[in-house]
Design a protein around this ligand. Structure first.
Ligand SMILES: Cc1ncc(C[n+]2csc(CCOP(=O)(O)OP(=O)(O)O)c2C)c(N)n1
Ligand code: SF4
Length: 296
């Protein structure tokens, strides 16, 4: 048997930018595991990958867009959602996915998260929640559990943490789910489902950061985090999100919590503007065929 016959092709290989590997992620980090689920979900979909775009902000989780072999945008910190909103409005045919961290999406970018859910803009957001600003050395984020240690909360955080799934549910998201980096199969299925749905879809994935969060809080290594997720997680689909708060040592409620039908932003805009609304791509073609006028 020749060596070429022994070569094994990883099914997700083509979805990753091979020239960027290995990743910057630490051993035991959960982010890469979630990317594997995401890539498998994309492969199972009947969506045009040429019209699929991924957007991230800044942070360890924000690196995901750079590793995916899709049209990808690494935007400024906290601004992945407004950037993605602009993409969707400019070209409604695109499948727009935002993949970023809790600090990026819910701390510095918190206001954008709320309003994207309220508008029900048709994008999918995957939020890696490691409960810390990891890339910059472990400062407290809006998701850092109350009393947890971080470089900026050496006596324990005095502020209560945000429950992200409750926040986006209250703001009007059409689909809301939570898994952990341990739930690889469930996460893949939920991403598949969310890719098919219209409106603002939000999936929170709890992920260990052994380098900053686990170590600082004496929570053991990455394996311990996985065992902890396995032991503490309770799957409760449809659970009211006000019952999903994360408490130290308590149950981690995971599952698909919200799946509602609500008109998305573009549908409402088209309805209200009626004949006054025209899609951007035909306009662009018209513009190009006319040649560039002095105004452009
Ligand atoms: C405007 C701005 N403020 C602060 C920073 C520094 N910064 C870079 S990444 C980051 C935190 C990222 O945290 P998170 O989104 O949770 O990602 P993680 O690294 O934990 O995956 C911060 C504060 C920045 N790049 N830009
Ligand atoms: S610092 Fe934490 S989040 Fe960043 S790559 Fe390392 S383990 Fe992952």
């Amino acid at each position: 048997m020749s060596t070429t016959e022994l070569e094994v092709h990883n099914p997700v290989e083509d979805l990753l930018r091979q020239d960027r590997l290995p990743t910057i992620w630490c051993p035991g980090c959960g982010i890469g595991t979630t990317v594997n689920s995401f890539a498998h979900a994309l492969l199972k979909q009947d969506i045009d990958l040429k019209k699929t775009v991924i957007v991230s902000g800044i942070g360890c989780s924000g690196r995901v867009s750079g590793y995916m072999n899709l049209d990808s945008f690494h935007t400024t910190h906290g601004r992945a959602i407004p950037f993605a909103t602009g993409l969707k409005l400019a070209n409604p045919e695109l499948n727009v996915i935002v993949y970023s961290g809790d600090g990026d999406l819910a701390s510095i970018g918190g206001n954008h998260l709320i309003h994207a859910a309220r508008r029900n803009i048709d994008i999918l957001v995957v939020c890696i929640n490691n409960m810390i600003y990891a890339m910059t050395g472990g400062q407290a984020a809006a998701t850092t559990p109350s009393s947890a240690l971080s470089t900026t909360t050496p006596y324990g955080a005095f502020e209560p943490e945000l429950n992200l799934v409750q926040l986006v549910d209250a703001a009007g998201a059409s689909f809301v789910a939570r898994w952990t980096a341990y739930h690889v199969v469930q996460l893949e299925r939920t991403i598949e489902k969310a890719l098919k749905k219209k409106g603002f879809r939000f999936i929170e994935v709890l992920s260990p950061c052994p380098t900053y969060f686990q170590r600082k809080n004496n929570m053991g290594d990455a394996l311990q985090a996985m065992l902890d997720y396995k032991k503490r997680s309770k799957i409760k689909h449809g659970c009211p999100t006000w019952e999903t708060a994360l408490t130290p040592g308590g149950d981690i409620i995971v599952g698909e919590f919200v799946d509602r039908e609500r008109e998305d932003y573009l549908t409402r805009m088209r309805k209200q503007l009626g004949p006054h609304y025209s899609e951007f791509p035909p306009q662009l073609e018209e513009h190009e065929s006319e040649g560039c006028s002095k105004e452009c």
